[in-house]
Design a binder for this molecule. Structure first.
Ligand code: HH2
Length: 279
């Protein structure tokens, strides 16, 4: 497996776990809806997360929580572009969380270095939008769509099915001429999965390492953690940090989190115990 991830002009080292800080420029995200919806709020939140030690940031302008309504392209761009303009001078890669090829192209033109796609580039034109750039790409597994995914998710073998799907999407990227050094794979915790499915995936995360690409895990503040810990969304910091640490222990290269500083502290302890020296 490559020791670095290509993200546009950045090469991210993969010899220590990386923290991806979440910025939701949305009025309705499950985790922090409305808190950073105005561009200046989102930009100062991005700066704060960078100062707390985020290795990269992920900006989303459309909520993908269960039952969220899709946002029209023009509205997604209106939310996203002023924020991208305001964060492009930060010296860390900026990822954009979108499944729309037109948004992918606009985001890259506005300085984004990574595309995080919850539909793993299945939209028509998405592979082509990625082919001509050298940005990083996160391919995520989801069963169903945000509108339907939590109604009745079912699997025979959740780990095998997620792994099979991700392998197929990697093959599609390779056929489209997208280099493997640009790819990160994500099992998509909470996307068409019950609490038991999420726990099974986390327990067996290391099985996905056989796909030979870095793994990204997004468990931060998710409802499965709330169910276990009996906590409301904004009270899930401890549970989220624990989940991030468990994911890293099982091989996650990147953790996607809202609480960057607390996660970073936990990972510094992890690194020290493991004898990992930062490059
Ligand atoms: N989770 C969310 C959104 N995007 N992308 C990846 N790759 N992996 C994830 O687990 C993931 C994701 C949901 O979290 P959040 O962004 O806080 O909520 P919302 O979708 O409501 O904006």
């Amino acid at each position: 497996m490559s020791r670095e991830l290509r993200c546009g002009r950045f090469m991210l080292p993969l010899d220590r776990p990386l923290v991806m800080g979440v910025i939701n420029v949305t009025p309705d995200s499950f985790s922090d809806g409305g808190r950073h919806a105005a561009p200046d709020q989102a930009i100062s939140h991005a700066r704060a997360l960078a100062a707390e030690g985020a290795d990269l940031l992920d900006i989303g302008a459309e909520s993908t929580r269960p039952r969220a309504e899709p946002v029209p392209l023009s509205e997604e761009l209106d939310r996203l572009l002023p924020v991208l303009e305001g964060v492009r001078n930060l010296d860390i890669p900026i990822s954009v969380d979108t499944y729309k090829p037109a948004t992918m192209r606009a985001a890259l033109a506005a300085g984004a270095s990574m595309i995080n796609d919850i539909t793993a580039l299945q939209a028509e034109g998405a592979l082509e939008a990625m082919r001509d750039s050298n940005c990083g790409i996160c391919l995520m597994h989801m069963q169903g769509t945000p509108q339907t995914m939590q109604l009745d998710p079912r699997y025979g073998d959740v780990v095998a099915e997620v792994s099979h799907f991700l392998a197929q999407r990697v093959a599609a990227c390779e056929r489209a001429g997208i280099a493997r050094e640009r790819l990160v794979l994500d099992p998509g915790f909470g996307f068409g999965k019950t609490k038991e499915h999420n726990l099974t995936l986390l327990r067996n995360l290391s099985a996905l390492r056989s796909l030979g690409l870095p793994l990204l895990a997004g468990l931060s503040r998710k409802s499965s953690l709330g169910k276990i810990a009996g906590k409301m969304v904004l009270e899930r910091v401890g549970a989220s940090v624990a989940a991030a640490l468990l994911a890293v222990e099982r091989g996650a290269a990147i953790v996607r989190v809202h609480d960057v500083g607390d996660t970073r502290d936990a990972l510094l302890i992890f690194n020290a115990v493991q004898g990992i020296v930062s490059s």
